[in-house]
Every structure is written in structure tokens, then in C-alpha cells.
Write a protein that binds this ligand. Sequence first.
Ligand code: ATP
Ligand code: MG
Ligand code: MG
Length: 346
Amino acid sequence: GSTIGILGGGQLGRMMAMSAAQLGYQVHVFAPDDHSVAAEVSAAHTRADWSDGAAMAAFADACDVITYEFENVPVAPLLALDQAKLAPGPRALEVAQDRLNEKSFVSELGGTPAPFAAVDSMADLDVAIERIGTPAIVKTRRDGYDGKGQWRIASAADISASEVAATAMIYEGFVTFEAEFSVILVRGRDGEVRFWDSTHNTHEQGILAHSVLPAPAIVGEQVSEARALAQRIAEALGYVGVMTCEFFATANGPVFNEMAPRVHNSGHWTIEGAVTSQFENHVRAIAGLPLGDTSAVAEKIVMDNLIGPEAFAIARHLSDPRAHLHLYGKLEAREGRKMGHITRVG
Ligand code: ATP
Ligand code: MG
Ligand code: MG
């Protein structure tokens, strides 16, 4: 097919659309946003709500293959579409959208998440504190990103009854880790799997700040076990495209944090730092093309996120002539908002 549909209108879709255009595809974005930075670089934009079945059916008719740049696309409307067009399939979204399902699914595949328990009431919270202990993190099961919807808990007093009652939560024991890393893989329609190198990821205020190669030695020691789990997840889901799993490297081996059924911020370095980027390989995979080489082109690669208004200090960012600056074209630089990134290779 020659038209790729992307569900979601943010920067991941924008970079995916740029790779799709390079390979000669037309891109059609479906996103409710007034201003979509993905649609800005695409041929067409259906601006409609996720629940607008007629708009989604027309969008699907116009596309040869449909993918996601946003993991919280509601699954129900997708089930009404031609399933052969969806890559990856909606089951991957279903698992990844709910932290409880995700951690149960991964445990069944032999992965080790943080100890966890469902919390729907203050009574559940007391049981979880008793069983798992503190410190802990209570997270909303759905819709969290960039550390939003999370409460760090030393005792039950650190979260209110009304917060607990507002939405379904998961209680996670606090993991003491030496480093965070992600496994980013691409799986083709024929089942071939390739992995990019795992960066060392550091967060500031719950938001990814830096992804750096080479990662510390402990990541190198744990990456093969983490990759094997990520591959089992992809195979169990019949996954096609790029998939990401986040891990904590701990004294007891890799602890699974969460998965993303899509390209990932910690893979932005691959645009200039790998032979084939995550965006290009995602397009290749869903289009049924041969996958490209995922090797890194240098040993030392640094990706720095540009968060909030600092993104617009363009002269400063470009004062290093080797800096690859990416700005996502967002109109408003709110505090804590991902506005762009810079990659340095070598
Ligand atoms: P993303 O933007 O990556 O989707 P998110 O909002 O889904 O983030 P998580 O990845 O669950 O949130 O958590 C954000 C960060 O908080 C993690 O990368 C890690 O640094 C820290 N964190 C989360 N869960 C735990 C835990 N159980 N123990 C220790 N640290 C944790
Ligand atoms: Mg997340
Ligand atoms: Mg995360």
C-alpha cells in the first residue's frame, strides 16, 4: 500500500511521517488535536474524536496500513476496522494501556516487574502496604505519562481517599536500581526481530531527560535477558513494528517497568546515531519492507530532551556545530512539555 495512517498527532507521529515520506509514502493522520505537529508534515489530517466511528471508518478506507504514535487510542473503535490494516494489532494497545494487565501479562511470560497490587479503595491500599511494604509508588492504571498520575508513598497518609476513589490504581513497590534502560526492537511481518543498542536513560521530574550510549556495564550485563523478555512479549502479541520495554537494572537482574506499543523517546538518538532509525524501521515493518540495520554508527551518542521554554534557545543549542537539533513545531512551550531534542553522535 502507499498511504500510511497514523493514529495520534504528536511528535512521534511527526518523525514517523518524515520517515514515511522519505520512503515515498503518503501519510494520513487521525487526531483530535486542533494543531497536530504530525499532520503539519503529512498529506492529510482527519481531525475528529476517537469515538467518531464514521470519521474513523472513512480514514481507514483511505489508508492501506494504520499504525499508532499514541498508546492511549481507545481500542473499541479499532475493533470495527479491517484488522488486516492495523499494525501492530489492537491487543498490544490493550495490554499496554493498563498497568495492571501489562504487569500480569509480562509476569506470565516470565518477566519480573516490581511487586504490584491493584488498588481500588483505601482498604486495598492498606493491604498492599502490608503485603508489599513502603516506600512505594501508586500509579493510575491508565493514561499516565511523563510521571503524571503517580504518588510516592511512605505511608497511607501520602494519598487521599478521594484520590484513591477517583480512578483505578496500581501499587508498586519502589525498586532500588542502578540504572534505567530501554529495549527497543522492531519485528517484521515475517517475524524477524532486530534490536537497537540500549541507552542509559535518566529522568528529571519523572520526564525522560537524557539517553546515552554507552550505557553503564550493568546494563550490558542485563540486556540479553531483557531482550529475550521483550522478544517473548512481541511474539506473544504477534507484534509488527517498533516496540519498547523500559527496565530497571538492579542487583537482582532486570526489572520490567512498562512497555510502549510504539516508537519511543529513548530511541530518538537512532535518527542520526543508527544505520536505520526506529522511525524508518517502524515504517518498513508495517509496510512489509525488509528491515534495516539497527547498529549504532558510533560508540558514544547522547540524546538530550528539550523540555519547556528552553527549547527555543536555538542559537545556544546550535553553538555546538555537531548538534542535531529537532524541534517538534509545538506552538506553546509549557513547563514540562517535550518540545524537541538534540542528538550528538561521536
Ligand atoms: P513514560 O513517560 O515513560 O510513559 P510514565 O508516566 O508511564 O512514564 P513510569 O515509566 O511508570 O511513568 O515512571 C516514570 C519514572 O518513575 C520511571 O522511569 C522511574 O524513573 C520512576 N519509577 C517508576 N516506577 C518506579 C518503581 N516502581 N520504582 C522506582 N522508580 C520508579
Ligand atoms: Mg508510560
Ligand atoms: Mg516510563
